[in-house]
Design a protein around this ligand. Sequence first.
Ligand code: SAM
Ligand code: DTB
Ligand code: SF4
Length: 363
Amino acid sequence: MATRHNWTKEEILEIYNKPLMELLYEAATVHRKNHDPNTVQVSTLLSIKTGGCPEDCGYCPQAARYHTNVEGNDLMSVNQVKAQALRAKESGSSRVCMGAAWRNVKDGEEFDSVLEMVRTINKLDMEVCCTLGMITENQAQRLAEAGLYAYNHNLDSSEEYYKEVISTRGYQDRLDTIGNVRKTNVTVCSGGIIGMGESADDRAGMLVALSTLSPQPESVPINALVPVEGTPMEEQEPVSIWEMVRMVATARIVMPETQVRLSAGRTQMSREGQAMCFFAGANSIFAGDKLLTTPNPDVNEDMELFRSLGLNPQKAFEKKEQPQSVSAEESQYQNLGEKPKWSRPGHKIERNLEAQQKPKAKA
Ligand code: SAM
Ligand code: DTB
Ligand code: SF4
């Protein structure tokens, strides 16, 4: 069946709420029609600039305004990044995803350095992904020219629930950045988080927003909230594995060609729960003992799980050819020194104030 770009919230909710065995069967059927069910893509996250972020994303331990244990760091050096990428390659990853705790990219030395990191990892014959916040079309072009394979920018939730989670930027800003990436050859990675207190309606709303993009994102990360002490969401109940399986299966059905990534929250899942997510159509994971700032399963445990399930890591550039990388000297794009006006909607958020005001237990 051809990929549809006109899914409605009602249709998606109907899929999400099907009896689980029906849902699993349907999702697994779509999965094997479009992908090798025994291949899973493995990505390693690298936090190249940690903490001190000016945004107020209610889930995020890196927002400067929350009192978490995350220490802010300066941007890593190109050599440090190269060493980490080589380690990731040796441990079986085909992709490195570099994350920066930025609201948006600013033209200048730091961005030039990130472009050099992209060139360096591309030369290691690995897929390079970046998640740096909002970017302009020119910045997306410069990343593409350096050899970027994917850009991650999550919608995180439905447009309605987004206003409960973040007040320092709007949903349209996110869509605009995705649009800027789409004007280049770089693939789009965009997904969201479940377990932030949103309803099934919101989850379906997020899947409508993602699946009606044309083309649909090449990869969609589904994160289970990692509730971090000091954030407004520290007391959220963990999502049940059934909700995770339903979300993965529904994403698989409405975005058949997309790589669905079982992302944050795997430390709370059993091996059997993760296996069910792979059966439901997840075909990508983040590997490495750390996500950006929070723990992730040990690489050896993951490889053991792959062996038990007969899964093979996907090779680099299996889905799309390796992008060419142009050196800084030969670049045809200028540093425009742009100062784009991303919005600051500043809507009022009724957060988990009780949890924030409660005195913290001493460690
Ligand atoms: N600053 C950039 C941005 O917001 O686009 C890039 C980094 S940001 C940490 C990338 C994504 O990580 C967020 O969009 C969110 O989906 C995810 N994330 C952050 N904190 C999380 C948490 N506690 N649990 C699950 N996912 C989280
Ligand atoms: C995504 O969707 N999940 C990753 C990646 N894209 C950048 C980040 C998860 C972060 C979890 C919280 C942390 O470790 O700080
Ligand atoms: Fe900053 Fe990104 Fe965290 Fe939001 S999710 S606070 S933008 S690092």
